[in-house]
Design a protein around this ligand. Sequence first.
Ligand code: PLP
Length: 483
Amino acid sequence: MLLYEEVSARVSEMIRKGTYRAGERIPSIRALSRQMRVSVNTVMESYGRLENSGLIEARPQSGYYVRSPLPEALSGAEIRGAMEDIVPNPVTIGDTALQVMAALASPALVPLGGGVPNPDLLPMDKLHRMLASEAKRFRSQSIAYPPAQGHKRLRTQIAKRSLNSGCPLAPDDIVVTSGCVEAMNLALQAVCRPGDTVAIGSPVYPTFLKSIQWMGLKALEIPSNDQGMNLEVLEYAIQHNPINACITIANFNNPLGSLMPDTKKKELVRLLAKHDTPLIEDDVYGDLAYGPSRPVSTKAFDEKGLVLYCASFSKTLAPGYRVGWIAPGRFREKVAQLKTLLNIATASPTQFAIAEFLTNGGYDHHLRKIRRVYARQTALLRDAVGRYFPAGTRVSHPEGGYILWVEMLEAFDSFKLYKAAVREGIGIAPGRIFTLGDRYRNCFRLNAAFWSERMEQAVETLGGIAEGIGVTRRSGRDRYVSL
Ligand SMILES: Cc1ncc(COP(=O)(O)O)c(C=O)c1O
């Protein structure tokens, strides 16, 4: 056996026996070369081969990690349905879906189903101290009506950070909002009128369906995979329907976890610009990239001011502070007017606290910490699903955020799993709440933010239930075919 083969065999065995589990970092090249008394080149050769075989993966500037044995494809979310099925639908969210969404917020359930961040990972004490000190420092400004666009101090900090997402903004390009959802709602209201059609990546984050319904719009679901929405289908949809706006979560999508490559972001912006169609981008998870830098936004490619970029600090600092923002491009005046009309402005004290955190709180250091934790926890949850769920289960492989999309065999009914799970005190988000059509019945979403032993036990219980439910033949109602 050659030396590098011996090293590979030793590392593989340690992984097989569970010394290093999926998502865990294995020794660095230097450390292993010292431990095994072989040259750095030998370990490099060995790691290269283990990487090619899919057992480990390199993460830039971070080291080598054990990969989960699960397949990564997301065929459930890939193009399914003939082009003629790509039609706008008036949005009426069924009672069942609404009940599921309400049930998932229950604190009584093991929180695998919701989309919320883990409060233990948020800089609670520091933020609260800053909230108090800033309220003192800006005594009268804190209780007076805030400026409609938001405090300049905060907008300046957001603008300074905007280079990270590839779109250099000025403070005046930004309107502060009460979270990302308000930003998205303002964007929709600014560019659509009742009866209009919105193209949206599917599976859809359910809150968007609620917004679209509330505004009397129609939704046209564009199938997506681990690289975001299918642009061929979008182009077809644009050619055959009047599309008034498009919504995307290009970075670490909820629920797919997908990341749209930069070339595709550029292509998306170009395609919509050709038709003068506004693009509403939700980038609430962008700062949670596992790699050393965050991905750019679609706004980075916006030459015509058609991208309305929405984000918030809800996933990284404090969802309860309700601080988000929108960079509405050419719709800035309209958005600012709507914001004033709806609630005058976003509350001042939390704006000041977040601005202070961005200035002196070590936001980047904090981000590095939580990104590492979420990367690890997401890998551990993937690994647990791989261990406890029936063969054939597929799980997304996100590069940021903390959300996983699980796809069972085609005929599996994830709603049955949801109901049985709730009876066991466990929450999961069944696929059917992410669509208006008859899709994703065999899929569900999990949240890795709260990983713990209790979570692992819950996944084991879920896997047992899933095994029991098994797979039954479905009627031929769905005409899912590959395009
Ligand atoms: C895609 C997406 N957008 C927006 C939000 C909510 O953002 P905010 O709390 O800032 O309104 C969430 C929360 O789950 C989300 O997943």
